[in-house]
Design a protein around this ligand. Sequence first.
Ligand SMILES: [Zn+2]
Length: 142
Amino acid sequence: MHEFSIAAEMVDNVLEFSRAHPDVEMLSVRVQIGELTCIEPEQLCFCYESITRQTPLEGSQLEIETVKAIVRCRRCGYEGSPVYWNEAVVGVGIATMQCPECGSSARPVQGHECLLRTVQVVTRDHPEPSVAAPLPITPGLS
Ligand SMILES: [Zn+2]
C-alpha cells in the first residue's frame, strides 16, 4: 500500500527528530502532498494514526497541505494548471500531461511533492505550542 510506506517513512523521520529532542512533545506534523502523487489524504491520516500508536507520536495530528499540479509546455510555453480528465470510476479529476493551449505533451513542474514541512511541539520549558520548522529531513520519495 502506497500510503502506508509513505506514512511509515514520515513517522520514522519525525521519530528521529523526537529522539534528538527528548523533552519535546509532538502536537502535529504538517506535510505537503502534491496532487500528482496519487496519495489519498484520508488513507495517509489513517496510516499515520496506526503507525504512531505506542510511539512518542501517538495522539499527534497529521496536517496535510495539498500542492496543486502545475505543468509547463515546451512547445508553446504554457505554464499553469493541467487539463483534468474526469475519471468516472473514482469520481475525481485526474491531471493529464496535455497542454491546455496547444495539446502537445506538457511536463509537470509542481505536484510531485511529498515533504515534511513542520512539526508543532510543546516542551517542558515552553508549554505554549511552538513550531519547529522546517525539518531538515524529507522522505526521499518522488
Ligand atoms: Zn502548449
